[in-house]
Write a protein that binds this ligand. Structure first.
Ligand code: AHM
Ligand code: MG
Length: 337
């Protein structure tokens, strides 16, 4: 029947039939993630109405102030996902250590890494924010989980994606078989397929970077940004500049319209020479999505998905988006263009 739409779980079940290994565990995991995101979305949507905006007063593991909605989103995800029965452990951008599933709760073999509310410094201005997630299977056959189970290459992800809370709430994700986008229809409470088989244009029209940090960049990074601003680049005209300062929102726009997002390394903090974004909960999941949409992601040298994490909260420079634009930026960073 026309006009009803395909829900995300229906879509997953149709495509899972093609996989003989499907056990229903992943469907359960995704259902629980979706439910958590609906709760977060509900709170984000009424954020201006209740006393939930502002800061909690705490400082998180990254040394940043925790906003109340970050804290709420983190708690919802931990509470619900611990009870899904399909995870053995999780890691959140907001928690210093691995979050284990307690022994009194049923466990599974999946591992979930997430950024509960990315772009949260924008919450008070009603700007789009999102939840980024990354799913792995446990590697070891021990009954307990160790850091080793998390310190993996992004190429080993089973699935990854994000929820974006904006004028509408969307889920964009991949299981390694293309990228699909679903929009929450609040009248029925379901995410319906709205963007099937998303492909990012090979060359984009926009570049996204916080250019205020030019003074902290090395020469190759400055040349990359000059390339995108130059009328003499391969496109023959400057790219437009678009920077929201909310990774999910910047990434999502570039995924749909084409473009490159960059968060390069900078010299601001000698202790953190690797940019701001985190490999496991931000760069790797978005790299999986962009590659599945035909794009690319590097750290200015190597493919993001080939980088093996060495710490839970490791940071990485990020160049992500349209394939040709990322290739060009990487070549300039390597002195090859
Ligand atoms: P967050 O996860 O604490 O929200 O921080 C990550 C955010 C990204 O969403 C965004 O791309 C970046 O920080 C913006 O940083 P800056 O203000 O340095 O440009
Ligand atoms: Mg973030």
């Amino acid at each position: 029947m026309e006009g009803i739409g395909i829900s995300v779980i229906e879509h997953l079940l149709i495509h899972q039939k093609e996989s003989p290994a499907a056990t229903g565990q992943f469907t359960r995991l995704l259902s629980e993630l979706i439910f958590s995101a609906k709760i977060i979305s509900r709170e984000v949507n009424k954020a201006g109405l209740v006393d939930i905006l502002g800061l909690t007063g705490d400082i998180n593991v990254q040394g940043e102030q925790v906003r109340k909605l970050d804290d709420f989103a983190n708690k919802v995800l931990i509470y619900r996902m611990q009870r899904a029965g399909v995870l053995c452990a999780m890691a959140s951008e907001e928690n210093a250590d691995i979050i284990e599933v307690p022994d009194n709760l049923p466990k599974g073999n999946y591992i979930l890494v997430f950024d509960p509310l990315d772009g949260s410094s924008n919450i008070d201005a009603n700007v789009n924010i999102g939840t980024i997630f990354s799913i792995y299977r446990k590697v070891s056959d021990r009954s307990y989980v160790t850091l080793e189970d998390f310190l993996r290459k992004g190429a080993e992800q089973v699935a990854a994606g994000y929820f974006i809370y904006g004028p509408s709430t969307m889920l964009v994700y991949t299981t390694g078989n293309g990228v699909n986008g679903f929009t929450l229809d609040p009248s029925v409470g379901e995410f319906l397929l709205s963007h099937p088989d998303i492909k990012i244009p090979e060359v984009g029209k926009v570049y996204s970077v916080n250019e205020a940090y030019t003074c902290y960049w090395d020469e190759p990074t400055k040349r990359v940004v000059e390339y995108f601003k130059s009328p003499d680049n391969e496109r023959g005209k400057p790219y437009g500049a678009r920077y929201i300062g909310s990774l999910v929102a910047d990434f999502h726009r570039n995924l749909l319209y084409g473009g490159i997002f960059m968060y390069p390394a900078d010299k601001r903090d000698p202790a953190k020479p690797r940019g701001k974004l985190r490999l496991l909960c931000e760069a790797a999941p978005l790299a999986f999505v962009v590659e599945q949409a035909g794009g690319a992601a590097t750290d200015g040298k190597d493919r993001i998905l080939d980088i093996k994490a060495t710490a839970l909260h490791e940071r990485v420079p990020l160049f992500i988006g349209s394939k040709k634009d990322v290739e060009k930026a990487t070549a300039i960073m390597q002195g090859k263009a």
